[in-house]
Design a protein. Structure first.
Lengths: 160, 160, 160, 160, 160, 160, 160, 160
């Protein structure tokens, strides 16, 4: 069985690449999905394809709805949803995705630093794991998929 | 039929009271629900009832999970979910609620000022109305429940 | 038990009033719901409440989304959905409602004249009754709720 | 991941072939599905297989129900539903499909020319994209699946 | 809380009246629902209201679909579904209702005599109780609603 | 796409083999599933594996519940459910399966001869096609999957 | 709004009465439901109503299935499910109820003493609150329903 | 078709290996899944990956929630859930899994010795088979998948 893991949230650092590389190194049977992470493209996709808008609100609206075709589909297909909150920006779409995934009953893993813990307490309360680093996410996937936990003699039975 | 409307989000201004007063003035058949809006109580409820925690993370966790008993129940019972984003704070729980409501298929009404429009474009894209004032929310409820729209001769048929 | 019946579709004749009057005359325990049937109000509600739009497309969009708060909520609450197709106009929203109700598993009653039967065959195929007159709809409700069928000695047991 | 895209609606022009050819040219991992587009066959399938009917209504009914075996199954399996409204005919089945897909939570893409925009405003309001050409549909699929947007340096991460 | 109990199946004896009378005597908070039990009316309702059919198959079809408006609605609203199989007839609609209720997760109570036990074994296997008499059904309702069991000192706590 | 078709009902003639052979001859991409059709084995499986019972009721119960592991799983995985009623026996399990499939929203095809039409009218009313022969079922599958209808020039577009 | 709270688990102490009394004292709008708590009656209900069994397994089976009519119905209707584990017995039915409620998405409150914490860690991990006393449960209900938290000036907004 | 079977419960004997070996010997098309069965790893996974906790309760909580990512995902993907109760320990998580699987409508097979039958009667009542040995589970799978029942001439039709 291949697990599908959706990586939602912050798009300005290489945390997705780190998780994907870590999972590849560990040979994990995981297919990663994500939103379009090209900031300008994700802002402009609606008007670029469907025609320009004078009003910035509708410019954004067309783009956000087009992105939703991708994000909602992939979240619904995911086995696990990981949501990362970075240092900057409002990142309301990350929290929106966390709520969306939670209502669908998807196991939720959150990633953020300690300084945001209080502000994210409702999101953390809906999560099954709260992490700080990509390495922890990889370790979780290695454990929940294969039963591998470093330092423990491995006789765990893993799903194929 | 009484409509149930959940008022999520910002808790530092009197926007809920304005909507409730406006709805009462208009005689709308609406029951409003909301999270606990007493900031300190909602932070401390977990430890106050279940026992203190040394670690702030678990202090928050117990409180946030206890609040979730209320918020998830009321969102699931709501006919319409209104989410307001204020001027300050991260308000990730508001965006989480919007995502949660959206995945449940609840009609979503968002309230915020123009300066947050770009950051909230994914949330707005999931909404059926984007408002700026409590008066607009009352007007929407009066229209969608009763078919009343000021300036239009009223011959609309309303649901009982 | 009170049955809730949503009356979707054509808004230029008094078919809803005829059904409601017929049901009242028969003393049926039915609460009728419907879209806002004031044509101009339903076109303009979005801009009237949320602000004008230069572009007619967004004018319509804001109105149609606002109407959806009402229509989707009421269709989901309905026990039976009746959709009438009249002589004129495209009436795509009526067919949309029929498809929406059908996917939700709502018992569907369709009303139209013979000349539209071929064009509506897919909609009719999803319906549990295809009618031509408001009187037939009232007769169906009287039968399915009370077990009354004129000319048949009434010993049917009706749900309360 | 292969995406499944259902192409509903108008059957008298080659818009499906244009989308399929465009997707093939772009190497998109998409499996397209559609209703039976042979007009006479889709009208007559019921009686041809199950036996003739004297009454045209039942002739149509048997055919429409048989077609529903295909259309409902394929819409439920689709990741994205595209509905095109052409210049002619009532096309109520297209609007029915749009409503059906919408109630199932399928991302909806609509295609029509400007002159139908007002009549289709409720359908458009339920869509995540409103297009005019097959090329736009292909561009949307290329963007939502691969993150490709012409003119934007491609560093987007796509789902496999 | 009032429990809703749907009484499906055989319509030629007074078993429904016996259950209803027994429940009334015991003061049980139960609302009973049922199909239309007037045999001729349930056969003819379709053509009586919607117009005659030459072909008996369509005569039956219109009636059966009209009855389905009632039966599916009431089964979906029921808390408990009781299905009785009598001595005579095929009673396939009773078994159909049992399967329908079972797929919806409704607690199923079956009533039949021993001679049909083998033929009904798949239906019985889906049931939570297999009874022979109306008195047993009343006793079950009295027990599951009120915790009353004759001969046992009553200190059970019942749901309100 | 491979379609999965569950063949429920009568087990004393070779109708399943005829459908499977016909589908194979036509090269249809269909995987057929069915209950265990060995009458004695399906009666005795429970006691054979789990231990004998003195009481015939529990003998049957253990077998019927064991068969339900197979039948409910396969019905839920099916794209289309075909239910055949033969000349003999009560066949309540066939009608139960039809109701079960119907409540799950599965497209239902029924097969029986004319003499049972009246007794099966509620089952037929829930079906999308009522057939008499295995050849008709094969023809339906060929049409709904491939758009093939003998005598009609084949330009239909089929799902892959 | 009245909240419905199901009290599952241990039946040998008066914890239910304490919660009910505490809720009554606080004037909480709560309707409590529970399994039948008369131990002998809940063991014997099946055979008492449906007839004796020689085999203890089937004696238990008939009783347990009859109790399931009540327990599954009431858990599905509950807004909140409280499960208490006492000092003695295996109490597997309590854990079963917790799993059942959890899969239905019901907010879960668990009650047990510290010595069982490790053995119950999977159950606790699915809960939104882990309590030790009936008083804590009452305090949680008072907080989540009314926003009351002793020691905090009460300006919380409660759902009606 | 490959069946997926989740093996929940007791982790101190080799019952899973026996079932897997038996299924392999019989050539059954089954993919088995299970929780992590390394006791120490499953206790410590949370703190090992996410950081140590002073309080044993939170140590357990982090581990149990991490295990839930695996167990809930695999139970939801399973076609059949087998739950074994051993001689020792409380095994509340096994009963929790049984309740969870039951509420999801998964066919449930239980394994335990006679001495626990009374205490497990509610769990058994939700099961479609109650077994004592791994060999019985293999025999059930061979029967429900392939229609094989030793001693019965094999002409059963199996799903592919």
């Amino acid at each position: 069985m291949t697990w599908t893991v959706y990586l939602s949230g912050e798009i300005h650092t290489d945390w997705r690449e780190q998780i994907e590389q870590g999972a590849a190194n560990a040979g994990l049977p995981v297919a990663f999905t994500a939103p379009v992470t090209h900031h300008a493209a994700s802002d402009d996709c609606g008007v670029a394809i469907l025609g320009a808008e004078d009003d910035k609100f509708w410019h954004d609206h067309k783009g956000a709805q087009m992105n939703a075709i991708r994000t909602r589909t992939l979240i619904e297909k995911a086995d696990v949803v990981v949501v990362r909150f970075g240092d900057k920006y409002k990142q309301w779409n990350a929290a929106f995705d966390a709520g969306y995934a939670s209502a669908l009953g998807k196991p939720l893993v959150v990633m953020h630093q300690d300084e945001h813990a209080h502000a994210l307490k409702e999101v953390d309360a809906a999560a099954l794991a709260v992490t700080k680093t990509p390495q922890q996410v990889v370790a979780i996937l290695d454990y929940v998929i294969n039963g591998h936990l470093p330092g423990y003699t491995d006789r765990a039975q893993a799903a194929q």
